[in-house]
Design a protein around this ligand. Structure first.
Ligand SMILES: N[C@@H](CCC(=O)N[C@@H](CS)C(=O)NCC(=O)O)C(=O)O
Length: 218
């Protein structure tokens, strides 16, 4: 059975959402980020990204990772693309051209949105967003995200979803990456088509189930 390593409060949420969309059986292994523990190397520390047992799965010491009947993968977006290809259905590409577009949007979001979006969410998580340094950092990242958000908004002005007018793995990947920056009204207020698409994605039962599991995580 598919094993997903990683707590929900991490990029593993992408893979937990995807597994639910596909309706496939999976086992979640709650590996937590070492940075969230006081002493991740203590003998009684819970399984974390620095645990020797987990480093045999992902030597990068990062979540998520999967073990799919012996195939180990450890890049969240690559994992979703693999699961879409393996299980097919409407989330997967129906042609070579769609494959190209799915990869285009997914890699674009990883490269053009994720670094700044992660900077925003980590600033909020560290509770420094309301300090002068934190405000400057969030403002700088928000500024850099204006262009990619504008590109997404323009694309979504004429279609409900990124590709083929249906929800695909590209929407899931890009929506999850955008999520880290959706706290910033300077980005949402200027991009109503993007916001409407994001809400459509979050209205899906598979997302809501994933989010409920994430919210109940201790
Ligand atoms: N490019 C990787 C990044 C994975 C990553 O950075 N994961 C974070 C959690 S979201 C992590 O495990 N950090 C290690 C730590 O904080 O100890 C992916 O998309 O899977």
């Amino acid at each position: 059975m598919l094993k997903i390593y990683g707590v929900y409060r991490s990029r593993a949420s992408r893979n937990y959402w995807m597994a639910r969309e596909l309706g496939i059986a999976f086992e979640g292994v709650p590996v937590i980020q070492a940075r969230r523990l006081a002493d991740p190397e203590a003998p009684d520390a819970v399984l974390n990204t620095r645990s020797a047992a987990f480093l045999t799965i992902n030597p990068n010491g990062q979540i998520p990772a999967i073990d799919d009947d012996g195939l180990v993968l450890w890049e969240s977006i690559a994992i979703n693309l693999y699961l879409a290809r393996k299980h097919r259905g409407p989330l997967a590409a129906q042609s070579l051209e769609e494959e190209g577009m799915i990869e285009n949007w997914s890699f674009w979001a990883v490269n053009e949105i994720e670094p700044e979006a992660v900077r925003i969410v980590l600033t909020h998580d560290a509770a420094i967003a309301d300090t002068p340094g934190g405000r400057d950092a969030v403002a700088a990242s928000t500024r850099l995200l204006r262009r990619p958000f504008e590109i997404l908004d323009r694309h979504l002005a004429t279609t409900d979803y990124l590709i083929g007018n249906r929800f695909t793995v590209a929407d899931l990947n890009v929506a999850e990456i955008c999520r880290y920056a959706m706290s910033e009204s300077a980005l949402t207020e200027a991009h109503p088509h993007l916001v409407a698409w994001y809400e459509r994605c979050h209205d899906r039962p598979a997302f809501r189930d994933m989010w409920a599991a994430r919210s109940s995580e201790s």
